[in-house]
Design a protein around this ligand. Structure first.
Ligand code: ADP
Ligand code: MG
Length: 453
């Protein structure tokens, strides 16, 4: 509906309510100039109309107008000659809004290269990110980062954005694909008189007028075909201008079946980097770094760090959660000293959840105990008698070769042994198998029973 037809509808309604003299005098020569930003600009013929309409008819006009447009507008009465100044002012306001949004890069300052801990599993992703940060638009375009949740993709993307912002005048925009969808949907509100015009401009300004576009979790763009098309155009536009595009996803472009082929193909034009789950070493380092960052170092001993690194899985977000939980637990207990016992207690829900999902260690313990006719409690205990410690060594050996658990993690599952004891046991069994055929046969049988290979 355009403004003229809104106004003729409005006048018809008003006519019914008023005497014909009142209508003729006060309304017949009015006009709706526009509705913008919840403001209705109404043109009146003489200054006296302004005052009279406000004093006598404001509520009635609002009510009728709102009924037709479905939105609550502030009424602004203008003379013809006042339009220009008024418009200039609103344009200024609009430009400010767009600029403000535009300046907002959505970058989170706390994510930097400095506080990103590098290890085997993420060193390639880190190196690629750094190259792009140092040379946006020239090195790898687009940069496509992918990997499971909680491995540092978002962190690296913000780090790139912050680096570029700190070292150049380039304009960076970080958005999640949900934000992109939201912004795009707004441009399609053809009937939304208040916002339609604004948002098309706003969208173009926001997504075309930048040097670096960072778009997080692109897998969520799936399903929205029109949005995919728009993203395709946005991508081409930026790409053709040598603007840097950085994309993340939980899977590789090839596996992003929810997206159109032409998009997936474009994602492979630059560099694809897979970020892997951190190994035990890196997990420990990350925990240490987080502790230092939080000024908690003196309070958390090494065996606790090892315990967290071994038992909280490979998701860094969960590692952080465990530290927070542990610290909160300690303060709840009246600033209790953080030691292994406290950690085991504080994290028991988190840890047992991990075990419940898939625990091959427990399975191995059960099968080995049954074979040697001892109890599972014994094999998991600290008891040293040889009828228990020998099966325990075998079970530790089997855990090592049949699961991906680390030495420290295995140690914890077997009465809290430290990792060197586990290593020693594993070596001992390895050597013995070579010279003891009976033992080799037993191990083969156990392996079959466990059935993981
Ligand atoms: P993703 O986007 O891959 O799901 P995030 O980037 O959100 O993961 O990371 C989750 C949390 O783990 C964040 O708080 C992040 O700072 C932290 N994190 C992940 N990897 C590292 C790392 N290598 N060094 C330091 N912190 C990390
Ligand atoms: Mg993320």
């Amino acid at each position: 509906m355009n403004f003229d037809s809104i106004w003729s509808n409005f006048l018809l309604e008003i006519k019914d309510e008023l005497s014909s003299l009142a209508y003729q005098t006060w309304f017949s020569e009015t006009k709706l100039y526009r509705i913008d930003n919840s403001k209705a600009y109404i043109i009146v013929p003489m200054p006296i109309h302004k005052k009279h309409l406000i004093d006598n008819y404001e509520n009635l006009i609002s009510e009728k107008l709102n009924k037709i447009t479905g939105s609550n507008c502030e009424l602004i009465f203008l003379l013809n000659e006042e339009i220009e100044t008024e418009i200039e002012e609103t344009n200024l306001v609009r430009e400010e809004v767009v600029k403000d949004e535009h300046i907002n890069s959505n970058l989170k300052k706390q994510y930097s290269f400095d506080n990103f801990v590098v290890g085997n599993s993420n060193k390639f992703a880190h190196a690629a990110a750094l190259s792009v940060a140092e040379n946006p638009g020239n090195m790898y375009n687009p940069l496509f980062l992918y990997g499971e949740s909680g491995l540092g993709k978002t962190h690296l993307m913000h780090a790139i954005g912050n680096y570029i912002t700190n070292n150049s005048n380039k304009r960076v925009l970080y958005v999640t694909s949900e934000q992109f969808i939201q912004d795009f949907i707004k441009t399609n509100r053809k009937d939304d008189l208040e916002t339609n015009f604004n948002y098309v401009d706003f969208f173009k300004n926001k997504y075309r007028n930048i040097d670096v576009l960072i778009i997080d979790d692109i897998q969520f763009l799936g399903g929205a075909t029109k949005t995919q098309q728009e993203f395709f155009h946005t991508f081409n536009n930026l790409y053709n201008d040598s603007k840097q595009i950085i994309i993340s996803s939980d899977r590789s472009p090839n596996d992003l079946k929810v997206l159109e082929d032409r998009l997936r193909t474009r994602f492979t034009w630059g560099l694809e980097v897979n970020i892997f789950p951190p190994d035990f070493e890196l997990r420990s380092q990350i925990i240490r770094k987080k502790i230092i960052a939080e000024n908690l170092e003196k309070d958390i001993p090494d065996d606790v760090i090892e315990y967290i690194a071994s038992n909280t899985g490979t998701n860094v977000r969960q590692l952080e959660g465990s530290i927070t939980r542990l610290v909160a637990y300690s303060s709840m207990m009246g600033s209790a000293e953080i030691n292994l016992d406290l950690a085991v207690e504080a994290l028991k829900d988190t840890v047992s959840k991990g075990i419940g999902e898939k625990n091959d260690v427990h399975r191995i313990q059960k099968i080995v105990s049954e074979y040697f006719q001892i109890s599972v409690e014994d094999i998991r205990s600290k008891k040293r008698s040889s009828n228990i410690s020998f099966p325990r060594q075998i079970a530790m050996y089997l855990c090592r070769i049949m699961t991906s658990e680390s030495f420290p993690r295995i140690g914890i599952e077997f009465g809290g042994k430290d990792h060197s004891t586990v290593m020693h046991s594993v070596e001992k069994i390895e050597n013995e198998i070579k010279v003891n055929k009976d033992l080799a046969n037993i191990i083969e049988k156990l392996k079959k029973d466990i059935g993981l290979v």
